[in-house]
Write a protein that binds this ligand. Structure first.
Ligand code: ADP
Ligand code: MG
Length: 240
């Protein structure tokens, strides 16, 4: 589904991604781990072209999305993204948050958009919050709405950038449960997280990134149980 070849990203003279190669299959759940500042967010943001790569190429569903003439908006619609901070529209209700993009970007009629939104609210366990405003929700509820909002565009892949890092500990589980359900439903997912238990349980593949490069990758058992690089071992010793 996604093929990344020698992906590079610099900010001015600062080289952040130093040649990332990865293939991501349909339905695969890839978990990206690594130290703070290693380029994980930059990598995700390059995948959906929130950042313009400075080198290499990205193919998405067979299309070279890094080509100069490529329609970025069409690609972004197919890639849902969930951030650490939820970025819900504060002056819109939950239902409006979920339907605004399908109606305005997709041209969907309101009734169809609301029907999809209601199904998604059920999926994330928040049907009773359809008329609430974001300020009336807990952090965990906001993040579940943010996930539903991304899903409302019916993306082909979901990108998560530390979706639970800003949450109080007691709310982490409810968000991870929604993500687990998505994974079990066959969604293709790329997830940056520090939740190692979740990574081990839900990830098909673990990618360890350090200093702008993939240092090691493998199944959760390989990477967590028997890491082959010293840097992976050091990192895991600090976080596990
Ligand atoms: P991670 O998500 O692994 O913590 P990031 O991808 O956020 O790492 O950042 C990697 C490095 O890139 C950091 O040193 C950060 O300061 C730098 N960086 C990220 N975005 C920008 C930007 N827009 N301009 C300049 N430097 C940036
Ligand atoms: Mg980050």
């Amino acid at each position: 589904m996604i093929s990344v070849k020698n992906l590079q990203k610099s900010f001015g003279k600062l080289e952040i991604l130093k040649g990332i190669d990865i293939e991501i299959g349909k339905g695969e759940v890839v978990v990206v781990i690594g130290p703070s500042g290693s380029g994980k967010s930059t990598f995700l943001r390059c995948l959906n072209l929130l950042e313009q790569p400075t080198g290499g190429e990205i193919l998405f569903e067979g299309e070279l999305i890094t080509a100069p003439k490529h329609n970025i908006n069409a690609t972004r619609e197919k890639m849902g993204m969930v951030f650490q901070h939820f970025n819900l529209f504060p002056h819109k209700t939950v239902m409006e948050n979920l339907t605004i993009a399908p109606i305005q970007v997709r041209g969907m009629n309101k009734r169809d958009a609301e029907k999809i939104a209601e199904e998604l609210l059920a999926t994330v366990g928040l049907s009773d919050k359809r008329d609430a405003y974001p300020s009336q929700l807990s952090g965990g509820q906001k993040q579940r709405i943010a996930i539903a909002r991304a899903l409302a565009m019916q993306p082909h892949v979901m990108l998560f950038d530390e979706p639970t890092s800003a949450l109080d500990p007691e709310m982490v589980g409810e968000v991870l449960d929604v993500m687990k359900k998505l994974a079990e439903g066959g969604m293709t997912m790329v997830i940056v997280t520090h939740e190692m238990g979740f990574a081990r349980e839900v990830g098909d593949r673990i990618i360890f990134v350090d200093n702008g490069k993939i240092i090691e990758q493998g199944t959760p058992d390989q990477v967590f149980g028997n890491p082959s690089h010293a840097r992976t071992k050091d990192f895991l010793a600090k976080v596990l």
